[in-house]
Design a protein around this ligand. Sequence first.
Ligand code: SAM
Ligand code: DTB
Ligand code: SF4
Length: 336
Amino acid sequence: MIRHDWTLEEIATLFQLPFPELLYRAQTAHRQYFDGATIQASTLLSIKTGACPEDCKYCSQSGRYATGLEKEKLLQVETVVEAAKAAKAQGSSRFCMGAAWRSPTEKDMPMVLEMVRQVKDLGMETCMTLGMLNEQQAQSLAAAGLDYYNHNLDTSPEYYARVITTRSYDDRLNTLHHVRDAGIKVCAGGIVGMGEERSDRMSLLQQLANLPVHPESVPINRLVPIPGTPLGDTPPMDELEFVRTLAVARILMPASWLRLSAGRESMSDSTQALCFMAGANSLFLGCKLLTTPNAGLGRDQELLQRLGMRLAEAPVSVPLYHDAMASYRQEDARPA
Ligand code: SAM
Ligand code: DTB
Ligand code: SF4
């Protein structure tokens, strides 16, 4: 059953289950909507790198920290299309373009919209992550045919101010509402391992699961510590607690694609296998995320082969999407 009224007590109970019981319940939830062997793959490209005015304390691209990152202006459309073709050839069904912006400017929008159109023409799904969007920007991206917009809540409302001060939690929720209202599929998740408590992970998952419609795609990133950022020295999070977080996310949002996102490069094959057991069924392919290294195609192919798993044919369907959107629209139309 799809629920939007999860309490923190219920979520705490799930987190505290014996590990095999938690994984069993996550697998059971997973199999209601997905097969257990198919993985959706996206490839990332940073279309505008560095010099970001925001102060996200984990990020290599914030202009406020000396991370040694080389900044780049907005890429040309042709460069982006070439990268998308290569991603498709590697087996990715979706191409995700990210920009180090607080939000896109009106000047940037025409180029960005053209990128969506041309990547879509390759027969790939498109995703963008450009920072905050207003209603109009979300509508124009939808009109250009954008399939997904990624905008993460990042952490719990309680821990949030420790990580970002230049935009609020409500700003993030507003962007998600604009994206949803425009009819673009929502990709929203967060980062764990930033020194937060389990209660923060519970609260982040509660925020995501109690949205009016579950995000179709839920990326769970494990912090990639970036030297020079305030979180650069954060000790790695316990891997089993990371697996637990994925399992609880799977139970709360059983029909969403759950992405094992950043942080895979430093993870053993066995831990990744546990993540898939916990219900993760999506990942980023390729040797680079936005600015940091990723597992790489060779290692991923070998891993999937060893596990008897396979990449999804493009594009994947989203269970229950049409039902969820129909009831969302009805509620929208209801007088206040
Ligand atoms: N600038 C846009 C924004 O923040 O809305 C889009 C790009 S931003 C890099 C996308 C997401 O990547 C962040 O919200 C965060 O969840 C994730 N991310 C960034 N740096 C990360 C890191 N070092 N480790 C793990 N996840 C990270
Ligand atoms: C998401 O949740 N993770 C991706 C994507 N959405 C844009 C980004 C991960 C970035 C990891 C750090 C880097 O490579 O800069
Ligand atoms: Fe900028 Fe996005 Fe990095 Fe925050 S996460 S500093 S908004 S690029």
